[in-house]
Design a protein around this ligand. Structure first.
Ligand code: APR
Length: 229
């Protein structure tokens, strides 16, 4: 495989989706074995569902936390974490990049490891298998601090991600179907800003922005693509 010499670039962004964690054992959302094939979005992943039955929705997310804790970051996560100065913009909520050692991670869709109170606005990090508490000190329910269907993205997070992408010169998309907006617009933003754009996916999105499409799995392709020899 033709390798990439990171010395030729000054601002590198990895844009990742569920496929990035697939080889760690975390299921993707769409396609074979995808979460939305077995769980209804209307019942588990929207504000209305939470209002209807908070315990059911929290239980689903608790189950997801347990299954993510059973998984470990793979070689692809570690390659990204080992590259100094790179930025990660991820749609993933699983925290795998951080567990591999990445520090500069923008989480577009929030985190499975954080809860927030919609009444008083407080946020609480919680890395346990089971939630330490699902009630805020103010007495209200705490909800997972993630972007569900129908939720607005956090404008501060979105602006940070857009700024980072608009100023990168190498953009590498890994493991996203590219169907969920506004994140789906990032490859175009990178291209318009003059970045060299690469897609890594066993089933590429077909988006026209990419200069190079590598058909393969993140855990195999990333270590090869960035190997020094
Ligand atoms: N390596 C790289 N890519 C892979 C791998 C792998 N080993 N396995 C699967 N993929 C690819 C699939 O081909 C698919 O294109 O990962 C992609 C996963 O797509 P989705 O399940 O749609 O995940 P994602 O794009 O992250 O979804 C975006 O949708 O449900 C919401 O909020 C959720 O953040 C999520 C958003």
């Amino acid at each position: 495989m033709q390798t990439i010499d990171t010395e030729n670039f000054s601002a590198i962004v990895f844009f990742t989706g569920a496929g990035m964690s697939a080889e760690s054992g975390v299921p993707t959302y769409r396609g074979k074995g995808g979460i939305w094939g077995s769980y209804s979005i209307d019942e588990y992943a929207c504000q209305k569902a939470f209002e209807r039955d908070p315990e059911k929705v929290l239980g689903f997310h608790e189950k997801r936390r347990r299954s993510v804790l059973d998984c470990e970051p793979h070689g692809g996560h570690r390659v990204i974490a080992g590259m100094p100065g790179v930025r990660v913009v991820t749609q993933n909520i699983d925290g795998m990049h951080q567990r591999a050692g990445s520090r500069d991670v923008i989480e577009l869709h929030g985190s499975l490891w954080r809860l927030r109170c919609q009444k008083c606005g407080s946020r609480k990090e919680d890395y346990n298998e089971s939630y330490e508490s699902t009630r805020c000190d103010c007495g209200n329910w705490l909800r997972p601090d993630i972007i569900w269907f129908g939720d607005m993205l956090d404008a501060v997070v979105m602006n940070r991600a857009s700024a980072v992408i608009a100023s990168c010169d190498l953009f590498i998309s890994v493991g996203t179907s590219g169907v969920v907006w506004p994140a789906a617009g990032f490859p175009d933003l990178a291209k318009q800003s003059g970045a060299y754009c690469i897609e890594i996916n066993p089933e590429p999105s077909g988006a026209s922005e990419y200069d190079r499409v590598i058909v393969g799995n993140a855990g195999e392709v990333l270590p090869e693509l960035f190997s020094e020899s």
